[in-house]
Design a protein around this ligand. Structure first.
Ligand code: ADP
Length: 396
């Protein structure tokens, strides 16, 4: 078995894969330990049946021990040693980690060094890595980084226009995120387009709560919208995306708030939530807009315009045969009206969406454009956990 782990500061999300058939790992168990160090709630879902435990979890180590005990009690595993590998999602690998790696002492040190670049994300990953290492000393521990897929971006796309010294002294550059999802889509696209990955040119829109776009050239990340942090680029659920940086100083002067408070607002109270004043959830914003709420409609128009503008920019940058434009993640996979509006707004690309296909149910992926479309448009379900599982498998 391989356990895939995505940990935050007070939660551990997990999915267990049976790797008996190495070519086709199957997951039947997933769950979430949450409210760690507050009180504690563990949910384990086996074949769609939920088991909920309200046990106190003092820290991540407590949570890991509880997960493993419940796995044995629920007969998910016979013994802890059945778990041969654990794949961790880690947000920031900086510029040193360019691929999936075994979590050695050195790598853990690098994750720690990168806490200053990802203070909200890396600490949770590190504590959970240590907790699993202590509980399952024989398992192989592997780290998959959201930044590593983007390490192929050329200098012209990762450098900012700030003083060069900020790059050399403080590593100020674009890193990009959602790399595990993009890598999965690039891999999956081989099957979809019947082409080798290194021959594929794609524009992938990962539109979830957080959102970004990746220009994939010859199978590799060529450009992406997120930057030094996930705050950059698109309008998101609660994040502003790109704005004039002087707004920070201006609002500070006007309101007396300091830069930390304002950055927090840009991260947590902006985007769909901030503009619509309805919700950060696209479903609620669409529904309010359909009922005539003007701010919700503005949020939908802004969101789709910004995504469209980046797609056109990236098409210009790839400047070669583009195999497809792909929509993925919560909004990208499910929100037909958003895909339609974005496609209409990519005027230079002359995209044609088929209404019926765009709204049709699908299990894995579906072409949603007609033959008239200059570039094929698809909706594809991402699977970051499977990607992490497959990469972990390579280390066993
Ligand atoms: P995360 O970034 O947290 O992993 P997800 O990829 O799950 O987020 O995406 C969450 C977003 O997807 C939310 O804004 C949610 O409203 C949106 N979403 C999910 N299903 C639908 C749907 N049927 N129609 C519109 N939006 C949807």
């Amino acid at each position: 078995m391989i356990l895939v782990v995505n940990a935050g500061s007070s939660s551990i999300k997990f999915k267990l894969f049976d790797i008996a058939n190495k070519k086709n790992p199957i997951s039947t168990v997933e769950g979430l330990a949450e409210r760690i160090s507050v009180d504690g709630k563990l949910t384990i879902e086996i074949n769609d049946k939920k088991h909920v435990f309200e046990n106190e979890m003092k820290d991540h180590l407590d949570a890991v021990k509880l997960i493993l005990t419940k796995f044995t009690e629920l007969k998910v595993i016979d013994k802890a040693d059945d778990i041969k590998g654990i794949g961790f999602r880690v947000v920031h690998g900086g510029d040193k980690i360019v691929k999936t790696v075994e979590l050695t002492k050195e790598i853990k040190k690098t994750i720690e060094e990168n806490i200053r670049l990802a203070p909200l994300h890396n600490p949770g990953a590190l504590t959970s890595i240590n907790a699993f290492q202590e509980s399952l000393p024989k398992a192989k521990l592997v780290g998959c980084f959201d930044t590593s897929y983007h390490q192929t971006m050329p200098e012209i796309n990762y450098m900012y226009t700030t003083p060069y010294q900020w790059y050399t002294d403080y590593k100020v550059r674009k890193y990009g995120f959602h790399g595990i999802s993009y890598e999965y889509i690039a891999y999956k696209a081989q099957e979809i387009f019947n082409k080798k990955q290194e021959k594929l040119n794609l524009i992938v829109c990962h539109l979830g709560n957080g959102g970004s776009i990746c220009a994939i050239k010859n199978g590799k990340s060529y450009n992406t919208t997120m930057g030094l942090t996930p705050l950059a680029g698109l309008m998101m659920g609660t994040r502003s995306g790109d704005i004039d940086p002087s707004i920070i100083q201006y609002i500070s002067k006007e309101t007396g708030k300091d830069i930390y408070e304002i950055t927090d607002i840009l991260n947590k109270q902006s985007g769909l939530q901030g503009v619509s004043e309805v919700s950060s959830d696209m479903r609620d914003v669409i529904s309010a807009s359909e009922k005539g709420n003007k701010k919700a409609s503005l949020a939908v128009e802004l969101y789709t315009q910004i995504v469209a503008d980046f797609i056109v920019k990236f098409a210009n940058q790839i400047n070669d045969n583009i195999d497809g434009i792909i929509f993925t993640a919560g909004i990208g996979e499910n929100a037909g009206v958003i895909r339609e509006k974005i496609s209409q707004k990519c005027r230079l690309l002359d995209l044609h969406i088929e209404y019926k296909l765009n709204n049709e149910k699908y299990s894995d992926y579906l072409l949603i454009s007609s033959n008239e479309s200059k570039i094929p448009v698809l909706k594809v379900k991402t699977n970051e956990e499977l990607m992490i599982c497959n990469q972990t498998l390579k280390f066993l």
